[in-house]
Design a protein around this ligand. Structure first.
Ligand code: NDP
Length: 304
């Protein structure tokens, strides 16, 4: 028989962990599922200095503290990959397990977008990476290119200068999208230079490893090849929501649509964190979402 649970939370990043804390502390039987270790993007973040109340903290340390607090009131962490959620809130995992929930919170976040250019598939894991914290040390004394000008690109470029001999940031406009503070730090870092008005066109491989990248000037269409041993694209995110694609709750870009109560169009299915359609994606907004979603799930389940 399928297992019955009050609240199933899919994703154990900041949004999911905050939801687990509030759900279990309110007395709901709560299961939080993730295909990876709990922590989500925190595990890939070197340092966080804008989560109120904790000063400057390493991403993995904050993840560990959040996780311990999230299970302290009885929430269970279940390791597994969710492949489907049905209208009647049956949550099916890849190993065949099915959980029947009274409410579901989707908190699966988003992953880094690929560039979609020739040779990229071969380059991933052979010089192309999406996580400076995880892979930066492989690029000691090497030349590295970061694509994109958002906060992820600026912060990861800054982090990569701990290892790389030089980091070149490539952006397609002449302005960054990231915060003024992150821009200032990049501008002041002697190991970082910026190429404006260019987009990536092709990864160059030598003996199966990244040896350069072809860039195109968006104005003149002129191309140049930049020699490098590492490429880190941070050009935005793709939400991890394919397991709810048939529920009619996604926008055209795959983000989950919800109201202020974080209710989706399917009753008792909620969303929290980066996979939600919204403007500001931060750890603090993810945890706030988790809390709101879990509280509304509690009201819906108990009628209180
Ligand atoms: P963003 O969407 O903020 O930035 C993406 C960057 O990639 C932009 O510079 C964009 O250029 C560029 N880009 C997009 N598509 C392409 C393409 N096809 N080719 C070349 N360049 C491209 O994504 P992030 O991942 O940086 O951030 C996601 C969210 O997370 C944001 O809300 C961000 O603020 C937040 N975040 C916050 C952090 C913090 O507060 N410390 C840390 C990291 C992320 P253009 O500007 O021209 O569109």
């Amino acid at each position: 028989m399928d297992r019955q649970v009050d609240l199933v939370i899919i994703g154990a990043g900041p949004a999911g962990m905050a939801a687990a804390l509030y759900g279990s502390r309110a007395g709901l039987s709560t299961v939080m599922i993730d295909a990876s270790a709990p922590g989500g993007k925190l595990l890939k973040t070197y340092q966080i200095e804008n989560y109120p109340g904790v000063g400057t903290v390493s991403g993995p340390d904050l993840a560990m503290q959040m996780y311990q607090q999230s299970i302290a009131f009885g929430a269970e962490f279940l390791y597994g990959e969710v492949v489907e959620v049905t209208q009647d809130k049956k949550v099916r995992l890849a190993d065949g397990t099915v959980l029947e929930a009274k409410a579901v919170i989707i908190g699966t976040g988003a992953r880094e977008k690929e560039m979609g250019i020739p040779n990229e598939a071969e380059a991933i894991g052979h010089g192309e990476s999406f996580c400076a914290v995880c892979d930066g040390a492989f690029f000691r004394n090497k030349d590295v290119v970061v694509i994109g000008g958002g906060n992820s690109a600026l912060e990861e470029a800054q982090f990569l200068t701990r290892f790389a001999s030089h980091v070149t940031i490539v952006i397609r406009r002449d302005v960054f999208r990231g915060s003024v503070k992150a821009q200032k730090e990049v501008e002041e870092n002697e190991k970082i230079s910026v190429i404006y008005h260019h987009i990536p066109k092709e990864v160059v491989l030598t003996d199966g490893k990244v040896s350069g990248i072809v860039l195109e000037n968006v104005q003149t269409k002129e191309q140049q090849t930049l020699a490098c041993q590492g490429i880190f694209p941070f050009i935005g995110q793709v939400p991890e929501t394919s397991f709810v694609k048939d529920l009619g709750i996604l926008n055209e870009r795959g983000y989950v649509i919800a109201n202020e109560q974080l209710e989706t169009a399917v009753k008792e299915i909620y969303v929290a964190g980066d996979c939600k359609e919204k403007d500001l994606r931060q750890v603090v907004t993810a945890t706030a979402d988790g809390v709101i979603a879990a509280t509304n799930a509690f009201h819906a389940i108990t009628g209180m």
